[in-house]
Design a protein around this ligand. Sequence first.
Ligand SMILES: [Zn+2]
Ligand SMILES: [Zn+2]
Length: 103
Amino acid sequence: MECSKCKKVGFSKPSSRTLFECDQCNAAFCADCTDSSASEVEVLQLQRRKLIFYCPNCVHLVNDVGVLMSQVRELTGINDLLRKEIEDLTNANLDTEKILKRK
Ligand SMILES: [Zn+2]
Ligand SMILES: [Zn+2]
């Protein structure tokens, strides 16, 4: 196995040259090429990858998904507001046909 970024050959057993496989694209990265802090790398080694690891390429994707999700939540909120406004208008018993013909 070699690092997808720097092409250094790593070892599969825990060491300073352990390669981590990305949970998203399965690319292997050495500790030097990940954005993980030294303590995060240690945890990954100790817990045998109980933490989900994303390589530098996929971290951006994951962040994008997070941004998208918050946008979706925002839009859902707007949607709820609009639905409520439509309900209010319906309840107000407005004659929409008359309003449209007024043009
Ligand atoms: Zn590397
Ligand atoms: Zn990846």
